[in-house]
Design a protein around this ligand. Sequence first.
Ligand SMILES: [Cu+2]
Length: 156
Amino acid sequence: MKKSLNVSLIFILLHLFSSAHAHQQVSVDNAWVRSAPPGADVLAAYMIIKNKSEETITLTGVSGSMFGRIEIHRTEMHEGMMKMIPQESMSVPAGGSVTLEPGGFHLMLIGPKTVPKEGEEIDLLLQFSNGHSQRIKVPVKADKNKGGVMEEHGHH
Ligand SMILES: [Cu+2]
């Protein structure tokens, strides 16, 4: 009787440990949305996504109730022009990270119901191919180095 109690206690502890561990597979740091003028029809979100697991994790979708839709974009040079290429997904290597930053990967927040102001926070849900999803709060900030990345809005 006593023995079986101990066994089930160990099982519960293991289960708690493994589910806590699953939540830490992905971490999101330095997330921010670039503030945009009222009436803007797109905003860009940037962050660092870290994969602490031993397998590649793929970001397959992003949603947020404040926006019509959200796409994963990558800014690339094409024949001397900066162009944003929508991506089906974005892979984060095992034990590595991917940085979303002006001029590279970013989340394109399309069709905001209202354009959020500087200092506000946006709720986003990141969905990964392994079934993991992560809710994040992203503050709206002014671009620290203005200029140089305005092309991201110019193509919409
Ligand atoms: Cu874009």
